[in-house]
Design a protein around this ligand. Structure first.
Ligand code: 2P0
Length: 326
């Protein structure tokens, strides 16, 4: 049986930063994201008794290395949970500007989980799908849903209460995200490694855990009352707090470049001038700016003038998993 699914990337407003169980991808804190409409991954999966091993074709090219091992390890989890015994052919096309550092394991593993589970003939709930996607990459658990999404960390050691839940559907609150590319460079410290090093060595990590719990409460309040200023102040503060933990790690590291800081300063200056926008940054130097529709064009005009800005991708809030015809 063959199945195909599409999943969109998401951007965390309250960050996932730290695991309490690396094998099961169980986080140390809840996180909250919006799914974006611009960047997505289409993946088809076919289990085939004639295959001697899993095959992975990415953007038309056979992948035969570390990536294949990771995909195969994930497919093993799908096989274990469903009783499927055959190997699979996985064909993935990323509609994500990878060169710009916007590549996301979130859309990749969400699409793979959805297509693979459907290809086994299993009829599972979105909650179970979120749990499966989580075991490929934590942030993928959130890309099962569109709109505003919370990934609940749970407390059970087996991860049975660790999954994403939808907070608001795609059309409930029209916010815009300007994805700003300042560099094409691949990041030096991968997020998985950076997270681990921070948990193990940064004395600021305990402060992060206290702060993120309070930030989450404020963000959820802002979302339920559609209070953009409260949401913006909270998401910008939360991103800064996440990045602060990396400075305390041993050895220390930082994801920002001077161009990153230029964009951050510019967003804050534009805000003073009445263009209300807030920035967030993931495990890399590029910046995402969150705003309301009426300020989007003004911000695009102003931020495009910065010499450090290579490209701006305007995004809207996107949908959850969809299944595609073969
Ligand atoms: C997030 N990040 O909440 C945070 C903020 C990066 C910074 O999720 O190890 O690729 O595969 O679970 O999901 C990136 O980490 O990590 C991430 P794994 P993932 O979006």
């Amino acid at each position: 049986m063959k199945a195909k699914a599409r999943a969109y990337t998401n951007i965390a407003l309250i960050k996932y930063w730290g695991k309490r169980d690396e094998l099961l991808f169980l986080p140390t804190n809840n996180s909250l994201s919006i799914t974006l409409d611009k960047f997505y991954t289409d993946t088809s999966v076919e289990f085939d008794a004639s295959l001697k091993q899993d095959q992975f074709i990415l953007d038309g090219q056979h992948v035969d290395s570390k990536e294949l091992k990771k995909i195969s390890a994930f497919l093993d989890k799908v096989r274990t949970s469903t009783g499927e015994v055959r190997f699979a052919r996985v064909d993935s096309v990323n509609h994500v500007p990878i060169a710009a550092g916007f590549a996301s394991s979130a859309s990749g593993y969400a699409a793979l989980a959805a297509a693979a589970m459907k290809a086994t003939g299993s009829n599972i709930s979105k909650r179970e799908l979120s749990q499966m996607a989580r075991q490929g990459s934590g942030s993928a658990s959130r890309s099962i849903y569109g709109g505003f999404v919370e990934w609940q960390m749970g407390v059970q050691p087996d991860g049975s209460d660790c999954y994403a839940v939808p907070l608001l559907p795609q059309d409930a609150w029209d916010l815009r995200v300007l994805s700003i590319e300042v560099t094409h460079e691949v990041k030096k410290v991968l997020s998985r490694e950076g997270m681990k090093r921070t948990v193990e060595t940064s004395p600021f990590f305990t402060g992060w855990l206290e702060a993120v719990a309070a930030d989450l409460i404020e963000a959820k309040q802002a979302i339920s009352t559609r209070d953009f200023t409260l949401l913006g102040e909270t998401l910008e503060r939360n991103a800064l707090r996440m990045h602060a933990t990396t400075l305390g790690a041993e050895p220390p590291f930082m994801y920002w470049q001077s161009s990153t800081v230029k964009v951050m300063e510019s967003v804050q200056a534009l805000r003073q001038e009445g263009l209300e926008a807030y920035f967030t940054i993931d495990a890399g130097p590029n910046v995402k700016v969150v705003c309301q529709p009426h300020d989007e064009q003004g911000l695009l005009n102003e931020l495009s003038k910065l010499d450090v800005v290579k490209h701006i991708y305007p995004c809207r809030i996107g949908p959850g998993i969809t299944y595609l015809d073969l």
